[in-house]
Design a binder for this molecule. Structure first.
Ligand code: C2O
Ligand code: CU
Ligand code: CU
Length: 402
């Protein structure tokens, strides 16, 4: 990649979801100064899916992503291309990068730096899809594959169709699920992706909608259990808004009721017994004037390495949320598996490859992971909350792979 900055402030570009050397990661340790070009190189060694890139500038990720420093990346591979799935970019396979924004009367973005948006994350009242409002897609096929990225700073959304039609969930963050999953809604927190296939062979228009799911409150289950539509929607703080995402005009019906492959890929079983050690990460946010966004009691410090992780060893990372708000926890360089939520196995939609996981208030989530191929004793990767204002406020830590 050649990343050239024509900006007036220091920026970075991080390849979210990619397995890569720390020097190529694009986190806060790889700043790109105005007028400079940063040229990282890495081999793409992972399964096909929807990934993305975005600013990860130190304490500036929120405003920079909000202003536009983000985009989608398709990774393709032969295994997924052989499957009978919609696969033609722009024709029956389209990306939907979903981001909310607030506008001022002259049409420019308004990024609020108030205490409220620092606590709740920056939220707008207008939903953009691939940078546009009121998006319309004229389908040319009976099956349409939508690759949805929640690229918002802070909002969680539950996506569903206005006529309550069902669809198939086929992929999570890092690749295809083992089997298509029949669903009516899918919940995505910032950073998360999902791919769905919707059947349009009934010849009727379909409208994809996003309900902004509240993420405040005590007790487990506030954000439901991930992608199974069990989320409770909250009309209170930060919740309640209902947005149109995409109007889909049907194509000409040719293959009514076209079915999907029963099996998509096979994934190794997520077996906790292979782990040689466990680490614990406690997310918290003080409610005082300065917020106090911490992981294990510490706010992000670029000079401090929080964890040293040996390469090629399976580990369990236990993420606990001590705060009153749900946080999407993201880890660089790896696709992990979710072992359990409060001891219970995750729903089918969360059993595939993930790099970002919602941890609900007072919940404990165990992840199984292993870092491979790239060690660097000095240059760290990040783990953090993907509500960008929380990340900027310090809910982030650093680890090296050795
Ligand atoms: Cu998508 Cu560390 O970020
Ligand atoms: Cu990332
Ligand atoms: Cu958070």
């Amino acid at each position: 990649m050649n990343v050239r900055s024509e900006l007036v402030e220091i920026a970075t570009l991080h390849w979210h979801g990619f397995h890569l050397p720390a020097a190529a990661d694009g986190g806060p340790h790889q700043p790109v100064a105005p007028g400079e070009t940063w040229s990282p190189a890495f081999e793409v060694r992972q399964r096909a899916s929807l990934f993305w890139y975005h600013s990860h500038a130190h304490q500036r990720a929120g405003p920079q992503v909000y202003a536009g420093l983000a985009g989608a990346i398709y990774v393709r591979d032969d295994e997924s291309e052989r499957l009978d799935l919609p696969n033609e970019y722009g024709v029956d396979d389209i990306p939907l990068v979903v981001q909310d924004r607030a506008f001022s009367s002259d049409g420019s973005f308004v990024y609020s730096a108030s205490m409220h948006s620092r606590m709740m994350g920056a939220r707008g009242d207008t939903l953009l899809v691939n940078g546009t409002v009121d998006s319309v897609f004229e389908a040319a096929s009976d099956r349409l594959r939508l690759r949805v990225l929640n690229g918002s700073n802070a909002r969680f959304y539950s996506f569903s169709f206005s006529d309550a039609r069902s669809f198939h969930l086929i992929a999570s963050d890092g690749g295809l699920l083992e089997r298509p999953l029949h669903s009516k809604s899918v919940l995505l927190a910032p950073g998360e992706r999902a791919q769905i296939v919707v059947d349009l062979s009934d010849g009727r228009a379909a409208e994809l909608r996003a309900r902004s799911a509240g993420n405040m409150g005590m007790g487990g289950g506030m954000m439901g259990r991930g992608m199974m539509g069990r989320e409770r929607l909250d009309g209170g703080m930060g919740g309640g808004s209902d947005f149109g995402v995409l109007d889909i005009l049907p194509g000409i019906s040719r293959r009514r009721g076209a079915s999907l492959p029963r099996q998509l890929v096979s994934l190794p079983a997520a077996d906790a017994s292979v782990a040689v050690r466990q680490r614990r990460f406690v997310l918290d946010m003080g409610m005082g004037m300065m917020g106090g966004f911490t992981i294990n009691g510490k706010s992000m410090d670029m000079q401090r390495i929080d964890e040293r992780v040996p390469m090629n060893e399976w580990e369990i990372w236990q993420i606990e949320n001590a705060s009153m708000m749900a946080h999407p926890f993201h880890i660089h360089d790896v696709q992990f598996r979710i072992l359990d939520r409060d001891g219970k196995p995750p729903p089918a939609g969360e059993q595939g490859l993930k790099d970002t996981v919602v941890v609900n208030s007072r919940e404990s989530v165990r992840l199984l992971l292993r870092f491979e191929d790239y060690a660097d004793p000095d240059l760290p990767y990040m783990y953090h909350c993907h509500i960008l204002e929380h990340e900027d406020a310090g809910m982030m830590g650093q680890f090296v792979v050795t």
